[in-house]
Design a protein around this ligand. Structure first.
Ligand code: HEC
Length: 145
C-alpha cells in the first residue's frame, strides 16, 4: 500500500514537472499558434492526398476558433524580450486585429468549402488561409533563428 502511494506520488511529480516545463517553454499565444500550425499540416496532408474534402472541415473550424482568440492573446504590454512578437503589433493594433479577423473569415470559408466536397475548391481556399498566416507574420512576427 505504502509502496503504491510512493509510486503514485513520483508519477504525479513527473507529470507536474513536465507541465511546468511546458508552460515555461511556450506562452499561451505560442501554443495557440502551434496548434494552428498542426491543423494546417493536417489540412495540407488531406489536400495533397486528394481528399476527402469533408475531413478538412474540422481542422479548418479549429483554426477559425483560434483565430478569433488572437487579439486576446496579445494584450497591451505583453511583449517579451525573447519572443517573436514585434512591438508594431501594439502600434498598429487595428491592422493587427484586422489580419486576425481575415484569418478567421478565410478559415471559416475553408470549413464551408470542405462541406461542399470539392477538393480543388478546398485546395484553393487553403492557399488563402496560408496567405492570411503569412501576411500577419510578415508584418508582425520577427522570426528568430
Ligand atoms: C494576426 C496575426 C497572426 C496571424 C493571422 C497568424 N499568426 Fe502566427 N504568429 C503571429 C505572431 C505575432 C507570432 C509570434 C508570437 C510570439 O513569439 O509571441 C506568431 C508565431 C507563430 C508560430 C511560432 C510559435 C512559437 O512557438 O514560437 C507559428 C507556428 C505560427 N505563428 C503559425 C501560424 C499559422 C499556421 C497561422 C495561420 C493559420 C498563423 N500563425 C496566423 C501572428 C499571427
Amino acid at each position: 500500500m505504502r509502496m503504491k502511494l510512493l509510486v503514485g506520488a513520483a508519477v504525479l511529480a513527473v507529470a507536474l514537472g513536465s507541465a511546468i516545463t511546458q508552460v515555461a517553454a511556450d506562452t499561451p499565444r505560442q501554443e495557440a499558434m502551434k496548434e494552428m500550425g498542426k491543423n494546417m499540416k493536417t489540412i495540407k496532408e488531406i489536400v495533397s492526398a486528394g481528399g476527402p474534402a469533408a475531413d478538412v472541415a474540422g481542422p479548418a473550424q479549429k483554426i477559425a476558433e483560434i483565430a478569433a482568440k488572437i487579439p486576446g492573446l496579445f494584450p497591451q504590454g505583453s511583449d517579451m524580450p525573447d519572443d517573436e512578437a514585434k512591438t508594431d503589433i501594439w502600434q498598429n493594433w487595428d491592422d493587427f486585429t484586422t489580419k486576425a479577423k481575415a484569418l478567421q473569415d478565410e478559415a471559416a470559408m475553408l470549413a464551408s468549402a470542405a462541406g461542399g466536397g470539392d477538393i480543388a475548391t478546398v485546395g484553393a481556399q487553403f492557399e488563402k488561409v496560408g496567405g492570411s498566416c503569412g501576411s500577419c507574420h510578415k508584418a508582425y512576427r520577427e522570426q528568430k533563428n
